[in-house]
Design a protein around this ligand. Structure first.
Ligand code: ADP
Ligand code: MG
Length: 444
């Protein structure tokens, strides 16, 4: 099994945000070696070294912690000969310029996008748009949860257009970049014209994560004008968002309604077969041809919420098996995934019982198990009760109605409320997440 420093570095880049990914300095990095204690990289100058230290160390370190383990340190060395490595010199300028100009990531293409029932319509509309830009489906609005392939599709459209119509100016940006450049253009009068030209002369604008414009009134105004210009000239606009246009908040009505003029397409989490297909595709992308199908099936079964997480698991397994020199089989996979991943973030095998959950939770919080299922609504009981309900949903096969019964509730809306609330807490509060981790670990 092959897990090179290059692969680890690519995975780290993947996990940084788009602005970082496009950073010219990060692109100069040459990964040297990887062990369980250190990732060594070389950079061509002290300046690059300092810049990476200052701006990216924390983010890189945190990706390393999930991929390899918290003990793994990033070690950056300066080696001036790095910039002379033939591969890099081949055509460094044009490579970088092209990336900056279009913003496109060439790895995200249609050929590497696995189609299943969860994304079939989205994929078809994206293809249609890239065959016939500005005609049908303008604007195209793709929405769905985190890590489901929106950004991949957006780049795929751009890459296809660039290949089929090399003369067309394609521009990919996140709406955050759009805002930053807009703000800069106001502050420096000299760049105002450059900003307009850049965005309004694009033949195709691919704008990612449009939900970021919520509450940014000034940028919304500018985007509105850009949108109108492009639209009136029949230039294609494609947007992505983590939610549908009608549920975007603090966004001008006239923008929302424009978002719905063309086609609005939802992308969902793929079912098991597609998840397995995606894992096989990722192995192929990386030239891993001897990956055991059992391991892939196991990962596809375990990770059900997010494709980025799905890929992350795979990389993590390969990294660990290389570093620990262990064969990568299902047993090893199970062991690693239990050790490394936060159980609150991976779906659980549903083997717990409501009684077991109530006992563990009441012991943890020092409350009486009988009171957990009583009518009493005192403060010390509310949170433990909600968490117990959530755990029932996650760790048992019970339906909402069954869970309601187990807690002596007439109505299962209480349970739905408890689950949503706990999910929110897990997302934004580390302490709650750790607590759920501990409880889940006990229940397993
Ligand atoms: P989003 O923008 O929706 O948060 P991304 O497009 O960044 O998600 O996707 C996360 C990762 O999952 C990327 O590495 C992407 O290549 C991969 N991915 C998502 N959907 C698919 C798919 N259908 N086929 C292959 N890879 C996919
Ligand atoms: Mg995205």
């Amino acid at each position: 099994m092959r897990q090179t420093p290059d692969n680890i570095w690519l995975e780290i880049l993947e996990n940084l945000d788009d602005t970082a990914r496009q950073d010219v300095y990060l692109r100069q990095v040459i990964p040297l070696s990887i062990t369980s204690d250190a990732l060594r990289i070389a950079v061509p100058s002290v300046y690059t070294h300092d810049r990476i230290e200052r701006r990216f160390r924390t983010a890189i370190q945190s990706v390393l912690a999930t991929l390899i383990g918290a003990q793994c340190m990033l070690i950056i060395t300066v080696d001036e000969s790095v910039s002379d490595i033939p591969e890099q010199v081949e055509n460094p300028e044009s490579e970088i310029n092209q990336q900056v100009e279009t913003g496109l990531n060439r790895n995200y293409v249609f050929d590497r996008f696995v189609v299943g029932s969860s994304n079939r319509i989205c994929h078809a509309t994206a293809l249609m748009v890239s065959e016939n830009p500005g005609r049908e489906y303008n604007p195209l609005f793709i929405y769905g949860g985190v890590g489901l392939g929106k950004t991949h599709l957006l780049h795929a459209i751009g890459n296809r257009i660039s290949a089929n119509y090399p003369e067309k100016k394609v521009l990919y940006v996140t709406s955050e970049t759009f805002m930053n450049e807009y703000v800069e253009s106001i502050m420096k009068r000299t760049s105002a014209e450059g900003f307009r030209v850049k965005y309004r002369r694009a033949d195709m604008l691919l704008i990612d994560d449009i939900q970021f414009l919520q509450r940014k009134e000034g940028t919304q105004e500018e985007f509105f004008n850009t949108f109108n210009d492009l639209y009136l000239n029949s230039n294609q606009i494609v947007m992505t968002s983590d939610r549908s246009p009608d549920t975007l908040e603090n966004l001008e009505e006239r923008l929302k309604s424009r978002f719905e003029w063309g086609m609005v397409s939802k992308i969902e989490m793929p079912e098991y077969e597609t998840r397995l297909g995606i894992l096989r595709q990722k192995c192929e992308d990386q030239g891993l041809d001897n990956m055991s199908d059992d391991v892939l099936s196991y990962v596809a079964e375990i990770v059900t919420t997010n494709i980025r997480e799905l890929e992350g698991m795979l990389v993590r397994l390969i990294a660990q098996s290389t570093i620990l020199k262990e064969e990568l089989n299902v047993d090893f996979a199970r062991q690693v995934l239990n050790d490394v991943a936060s159980p609150a973030l991976i779906p659980q095998r549903k083997t717990a019982t409501a009684k077991g959950i109530q006992t563990v939770v009441s012991e943890y919080f020092g409350v009486d198990a009988a009171e957990l299922v009583s009518e009493k609504r005192t403060k010390e009981l509310v949170l433990p009760r909600q968490i117990a309900m959530y755990l029932c949903r996650e760790m048992t096969q019970m339906s909402f109605a069954n869970i309601a019964q187990a807690f002596n509730k007439q109505n299962h809306t209480t349970i739905i409320h408890a689950c949503t609330r706990t999910e929110e807490l897990i997302k934004k509060d580390n302490e709650t997440r750790e607590m759920i981790d501990v409880l889940m670990a006990q229940l397993r």
